[in-house]
Design a protein around this ligand. Structure first.
Ligand code: UT7
Length: 379
């Protein structure tokens, strides 16, 4: 039987820090509100593109695995943030790494993209389609955040991390995945302004309006992640006390605490990064995993649970059996260029390019193309 062992891991966190106090310089919000409602104190704003963040994270994961880029068969770029849509982002990582033999896929299930990518790559390795894969979770949300909307602007951050998977005879890696989508809730989280549906409207990229029903998402997220975790444990014949570490999606500390409670795992066995990085969507689970490894919290042979949810509303919970190695085989020389601006300066620059009231999008509810076409002709 072939398994897909996780043999390499690496993160690339942008160094510029945006604090809650920075946010209150231009939003009607406060450190007290943000930290008490979400557990977040700061988040990162990237000064480079998403492909660059991903490439550095992937090169660190490759060095950690002791694998050459030319041995990579598959790159999955998991996330919503693309530097461009065509060509795809995974191909940008591929060329920067020199992974000349790889197939390259962009995979978007919003915040669950890394976990879905991990499941996809594992299945492809286990069925013999590929042997060596890189799976990336990355987001560059600062570029399309609606910085005038305090309901969402305080919640998100940028970041990236990657893992390397290799075919192995040892029973390790992702052993079970429950994937699903609560599609009836898809309207609770929509970023208006992206996509073909807006083609006939005068919409500048990066000008977005977020439809975001935080309380509805909160309830659906807790239910979906808890249920998926229960089912994946049952599927694997395990109980909560056999889980060594939960590495959950980091959208809100209160959501994490609720999921841990339902799962029956105490918080000292849950990885939490939300106070430092906010919600990095697809990057939260791999960044938390890398930090747990670097802190010595993942022991050889550990059993990990990875619940996540995101726009769609996609959800999942993965059961991962770690291998024997918890330290890197090598390090990568790749690093980010030096910072030239503070996080607040970068955000203020993005804000200065945005329509402060989302006027071009107001009232535009994801029309069909036919409706857009009729509107454009009428106007
Ligand atoms: O990864 C997927 C995306 N993540 C999520 O979907 C997160 C899920 N939801 C949540 O984490 C929480 O629902 C939030 C953190 C978004 C909101 O927390 P809440 O406890 O559900 O607050 P609320 O939406 O009930 O808002 C309470 C009050 C409102 O004022 P009123 O109507 O009571 O006067 C909001 O207008 O807080 C106000 N508010 C704010 N106040 C200060 C909303 N955002 C802010 C803010 N600063 N940033």
């Amino acid at each position: 039987m072939t398994y897909a062992a996780i043999t390499g891991w690496g993160a690339c966190m942008p160094p510029a820090v945006l604090t809650n106090d920075d946010l209150s310089t231009f939003l009607d919000t406060s450190d007290e509100w943000i930290s008490s409602r979400t557990g977040m104190r700061e988040r990162r704003v990237s000064h480079v593109g998403a492909i660059e963040l991903s490439t550095i994270a992937a090169s660190r994961a490759l060095a950690c695995a002791g694998l050459d880029a030319s041995d990579v068969d598959l790159i999955i770029y998991g996330g919503v943030s693309n530097d461009e849509l065509v060509p795809n982002s995974a191909s940008g990582v591929q060329v920067a790494l020199g992974a000349t033999r790889a197939a390259s896929i962009d995979l978007n299930t919003a915040c669950t993209s890394f976990c879905y990518g991990l499941t996809t790559a594992t299945a492809m390795i286990r069925t013999g389609v590929v042997r060596n894969a890189i799976v990336i979770g990355v987001e560059l949300i600062s570029r399309y955040m609606d910085w005038s909307n305090r309901n969402v602007a305080v919640l998100f951050g940028d970041g990236a991390a990657a893992v390397v998977l290799q075919a192995s005879e040892n029973e390790e890696g992702v052993l079970g995945s429950i994937l699903g989508c609560d599609a009836e809730g898809r309207q609770t989280l929509r970023v208006r302004g992206f996509g073909c549906t807006y083609a006939l409207h005068d919409v500048t990229f990066g000008d977005t309006l977020w439809d975001f029903d935080g309380q509805a998402i909160f309830k659906r997220a807790v239910h979906a992640m808890s249920d998926a975790s229960k089912r994946v444990l049952e599927q694997q014949g395990l109980t909560a006390d056999q889980v060594d570490l939960v590495v959950p999606h980091q959208a809100n500390l209160r959501i994490i605490e609720a999921v841990a409670k339902y799962a029956g795992v105490p918080m000292d066995r849950v990885v939490v990064t939300v106070e430092k990085y906010g919600n990095m969507s697809a990057a939260t689970v791999p960044v938390a995993l890398v930090e747990a490894l670097e802190a010595g919290r993942v022991k050889p042979g550990a059993t990990l649970l990875m619940p996540a949810f995101g726009g769609g509303l996609t959800y999942c919970s993965l059961l991962v059996k770690w291998g024997q190695r918890v330290t890197p085989l090598g390090t990568s020389p790749m690093t980010l260029p030096p910072l030239t601006h503070t996080a607040l300066e970068m955000v203020n620059t993005i804000r200065s390019h945005q329509d402060p009231h989302g006027r071009s999008l107001e009232g535009l509810m994801a029309p069909t193309f036919a409706e857009s076409f009729a509107d454009a002709n009428a106007g």
